[in-house]
Design a protein around this ligand. Sequence first.
Ligand SMILES: [Zn+2]
Length: 195
Amino acid sequence: MPTRVYYKHSRIKDINVPYSFQCENCMKNSGDLQAHIIGAEAVYNSNFKTINDDRANKLEKEAYENLAKKVREAYKDATEKEIYCTEFKDECPHCHKSQSWGVSGLKKKRFETPIVIFAVGMIIFIISLLAYYFAEIEYLTLPMVFGILGVTIVCSVVLLLWNTLKINMKLKETSVNGTQNIPNIDWNKVQELLK
Ligand SMILES: [Zn+2]
């Protein structure tokens, strides 16, 4: 059987959202900062090395939509729930201390990566288990299959603990800050994406 070659065509869109904040520790204004928001990669696999204009436009549009989705989510989180995604760095440029509002973004991400890793690991585990029983692959042993499951569980748990530790550290660090401010975000600059 001839091997088929696929070419991966992809587009990524990104944008900077201007913001600033008053430091809760040294009280100075951070000055103009930029949150660099990157949309999910739009991918099209093709048998051909080049793609036509039509397909290229579709890919562009998809990448734009992915970015818009992310910016809209960041906007909704910030304006409705006071959750600031981690792209809004909370380290003061003057005294380098963290801000209390920086905790919200970490909390939102706490379960994200552990769940993704667990899901991907489970899929690989199930495929290997099926392959072991039905495909009779010589080098695939049962301990190896359950090894995959073990590594998946350990990685997810360690990541979850690490994320929780990061949250607790930031909570502790910012609890000594006298005031609790929130960042000032200039959403006008990304109006187009919020429509
Ligand atoms: Zn400061």
